[in-house]
Design a binder for this molecule. Structure first.
Ligand SMILES: Cc1cc2nc3c(=O)[nH]c(=O)nc-3n(C[C@H](O)[C@H](O)[C@H](O)COP(=O)(O)OP(=O)(O)OC[C@H]3O[C@@H](n4cnc5c(N)ncnc54)[C@H](O)[C@@H]3O)c2cc1C
Length: 453
């Protein structure tokens, strides 16, 4: 059997699961896999999205790392598709490619004032507090009152990190600059806004309950939001998760008012209509009260309210980015595909090009979902072999020579081990478990056992 060469672009969970499943399908064919990522470290949003105070989820890195440690998949970090490698390069060195590039940008929210200073996308803030190398090191945390728009888990992550006292995050891997920034924050009130009601929330019970356990932060819910219509009652009764969520919020409603120095407010039936500003900066949020429409949606009531805030975060979803020479659906932010087979403008399958993970199906779902996703894509990969590319230089050394000839300083699986040990060492020296390295140059230098500048 000839050895087939496969490239996977994106070393988040989707890319790593796809590589793992392919190697395990080796009975179907003999394949050697190279995994590329533009970040010097693997694991995608598990490292740069999952909140630092969720160590159990961050622990999935352990399972992903076991896949890379087996030694049958080569990892090339710090290699950007579209800059360091093109589709033509991949065609020259591989039989096929799977794109698993995820989604890192914020979805837009088109309301007046959204571009004022002090209005941010949740994804940018998440990247900052998770120590992503490509975002600025400082974050303007000077607001006392903040609004977070959205009713999913990312909104709760953002609200929790904003309201938590920085010292309570020292048990996590947060980088030093993030600790310093949060420590100086004067925030007192974080307001989370959902357009719909408590029966239509998108967050999960675990994430909600956790809010109630944050040190020196009181949760505030409002009685007016719990006057539910029969459709909402039915929605709660028919979904165990939503039932638990509403039980928790009802317990909070009946608790005596707290005395914490910070408060996290949950507002429902509140549709943001305008970010108010003065001198180019956020000063308030104008929103319309909504009411259930008896069909699970909401309608405006015509009652408008204003809340003074000095910063606003929109957590209304992530959005994928286009890749050079690969079709892109700019409405949904995904690569157009049928079960992972990438489609051209005429909906015809493009031979040798596949997609998996968030860039395939959009930015929804948990890490575990990327595994089932990979399985679906791979069912086609395995069947399609006859239509793959015939590379001119399929040998494993040739792609390394190409990267070196272009001066790309790439990282490897061994490099990740060095970086991992280095971060643990930084943590140990400060009496913490781990301190993340943020600077790209430092990550690359440590991974390649070069002196840190
Ligand atoms: C804030 C946040 C919190 C979350 N918390 C949880 C949680 O607690 N539990 C849970 O189960 N799920 C959580 N998720 C969801 C989870 O992160 C995703 O389901 C999962 O990461 C999607 O995997 P992916 O591999 O498709 O994308 P990603 O994880 O985004 O990986 C994509 C990879 O592709 C790389 N890449 C992109 N473009 C290029 C390019 N041009 N060249 C080379 N490489 C490229 C990126 O660097 C990245 O490493 C969270 C998501 C977010 C945004």
């Amino acid at each position: 059997m000839t050895k087939l060469r496969l490239a996977i672009v994106g070393a988040g969970p989707a890319g790593i699961y796809a590589a793992d499943l392919l190697i395990k399908a080796e009975r179907a064919f003999d394949v050697s896999i190279d995994l590329f990522d533009h970040l010097p470290a693997p694991y995608g949003l598990v490292r740069y999205g999952v909140a630092p105070d969720h160590p159990r989820i961050k622990g999935i890195i352990g399972a992903l790392r076991e896949v890379l440690d087996r030694g049958d998949i080569r990892f090339f970090g710090n290699v950007r598709y579209g800059v360091d490698l093109t589709l033509d390069d991949l065609k020259k060195h591989y039989n096929a490619v799977i794109f698993a590039t995820g989604a890192v940008k914020d979805a837009e929210l088109d309301i007046p004032g959204i571009d004022l200073d002090g209005s941010y996308g949740a994804a940018e803030f998440v990247s900052w507090f998770d120590g992503h190398p490509d975002v600025p090191r400082t974050w303007p945390l000077n607001a006392r009152e903040v609004a977070v728009l959205g009713n999913g888990n990312v909104a709760l992550d953002v609200a929790r990190i904003l309201s938590k006292h920085a010292d309570d995050l020292l048990v996590t891997e947060i980088p030093s600059n993030v600790y310093e920034g949060l420590k100086a924050s004067p925030v007192t009130d974080v307001h989370v806004f959902g357009r719909r009601g408590p029966a239509q929330v998108k967050f999960t019970p675990l994430e909600l309950r956790e809010l109630g356990e944050v040190n020196d932060v009181d949760i505030v819910v409002y009685d007016e939001d719990f006057d539910l219509d029969p459709a909402s009652e039915a929605a709660i009764a028919s979904n165990k998760q939503v039932m638990v969520i509403n039980r928790v919020m009802n317990q909070w409603r009946t608790r005596p008012a707290g005395t914490a120095s910070r408060r996290l407010h949950l507002h429902f039936y509140a549709r943001p209509v305008e970010v108010l500003g003065a001198d180019g900066a956020v000063t308030g949020l104008r929103y319309e009260r909504t009411a259930p429409d008896a069909a699970g949606g909401v309608v405006g009531t015509g009652e408008f309210r204003e809340l003074p805030i000095q910063a606003l975060y929109r957590a209304v979803g992530y959005f994928g980015s286009p890749l050079d020479d690969v079709p892109f659906d700019s409405l949904h932010g995904v690569i157009p595909n049928r079960e992972g087979q990438v489609l051209d403008d005429h909906d015809a399958v493009i031979p040798g090009v596949y997609a998996t993970g968030w860039i395939k199906r959009g930015p929804v779902g948990l890490i575990g979902h990327t595994k089932s996703d990979a399985m679906e894509t791979l069912s086609h990969v395995v069947r399609d072999q006859a239509n793959w590319w015939s590379p001119a230089s399929p040998d494993e050394a040739s792609v390394v020579e190409l990267l070196e000839s272009r001066g790309v300083i790439y990282t490897t699986v061994d490099g990740w081990h060095y970086l991992d040990q280095y971060e643990l060492g930084l943590g140990e020296a400060a009496g913490r478990t781990r301190i993340k390295v943020v600077e790209r140059d430092e990550m690359v230098a440590v991974s390649n056992q070069q002196p840190v500048a």
